[in-house]
Design a protein around this ligand. Structure first.
Ligand code: F6P
Length: 327
């Protein structure tokens, strides 16, 4: 059987992340460069089911490399989890003569892609786009670096008021069930500690660390807390601290969705551009059901099954760096 891809569909799905637009631009232009037509699918799997599909030309992706969010919009789609929903999506694909897909998103996106690819024998390539950086097989995901910088800027500002009032701040950051944003933003912003789901929290040890700091030289303390049921979040931890150590003047800040927005950093734009080209190359090379990753600054192919299922470990050494530097 002849294997030719004449038209690809591209979409973004799940939580948006800075750098998704740069990836849309890159996939579109790399495909057109190689003589492949591009169809833009709006609102992820929902748009595929509802037939929200339009032709994309090179000029449709002009002036977006620097924009946060996703011009293709994003959605989480329950219907795609059903066989009937996926059948409808497949029919839309056929109506538009789409031979292959490039999906930009996180683990939910790739879980759907893996099933869809298998059921209907469709070549699908994934590009990791999530601020959480929680996909196995890639050192970085799109949006992570930008979110890290956003958190760092916010913590720098909170530090000003924390030291003026000699307060202890618990700052909650996103990450779903992963501590990458919390740990690395804590190092980058000179926080006293990071509370991550990958490591059990000892409140008495944390209190001792903070107390020591105040006793010696510090006039404020910042603890970055990863959102998660395991950590209890910033509010939960602050409450425990207030009860057990009432002498602290404690405040809580939840950074929330500010972490998902903003113009992507140079690193995210470059990564998105490289991954977009690599996704088209992979399709031309007859690859399917893989996520594009980057390991030691080299592009790699990671099977969807591994990217989704395997746990990406946190760098334990970085916990040591943070601890050493927070004395
Ligand atoms: O996966 C990205 C993420 O921002 C997580 O860090 C967070 O837990 C979640 O999405 C929030 O999702 P929503 O925007 O649906 O509230």
């Amino acid at each position: 059987m002849e294997y030719t891809i004449k038209t690809i569909g591209i979409f973004t799905s799940g939580g948006d992340a800075p750098g998704m637009n740069a990836a849309i631009r890159s996939v579109t232009r790399a495909a057109i460069f190689n003589g492949i037509k591009v169809k833009a699918i709006y609102r992820g799997y929902k748009g595929l089911i509802d037939n929200e599909i339009v032709d994309f030309r090179t000029q449709d992706v002009s002036n977006i490399v620097q924009q946060g969010g996703t011009i293709l919009k994003s959605a989480r789609c329950k219907e795609f989890m059903t066989k009937e929903g996926r059948q409808k999506a497949y029919e839309s694909m056929k109506d538009h003569n789409i031979d292959a897909l490039v999906a930009i998103g996180g683990d939910g996106t790739f879980t759907g892609a893996r099933i869809f690819a298998q059921e209907f024998n469709i070549p699908i390539i994934g590009i990791p786009g999530t601020i959480d950086n929680d996909l196995y097989g890639t050192d970085y995901t799109l949006g992570y670096d930008t979110a890290l910088n956003t958190i760092m800027d916010a913590v720098d500002k909170i530090r000003d008021t924390a030291s003026s009032h000699e307060r202890l701040f618990f700052i909650e950051v996103m990450g779903r069930d992963a501590g990458f944003l919390a740990l690395n933003s804590a190092i980058a912003s000179g926080a006293e500690a990071a509370i991550v789901p990958e490591r059990e929290t000892q409140v008495d040890q944390l209190a001792e660390l903070i107390q020591n700091g105040f006793r010696k030289t510090k006039n404020s303390s910042i603890v970055i807390v990863a959102e998660s049921e395991i950590t209890g979040g910033a509010a939960g931890l602050a409450e425990r601290m207030r009860i057990e150590y009432p002498n602290y003047d404690v405040r809580v800040t939840i950074l929330g969705h500010i972490q998902r927005g903003g113009s992507p950093t140079a690193q995210d734009r470059i990564l998105a551009s490289r991954m977009g080209v690599a996704a088209v190359d992979a399709l031309l090379d007859e690859q399917r059901s893989i996520m594009i990753g980057v390991v030691n600054n080299k592009i790699v192919h990671v099977p969807f099954t591994k990217a989704i299922k395997d746990d990406k470990p946190i760098n334990e050494g970085l916990l040591g760096v943070l601890q050493m530097l927070s004395i």
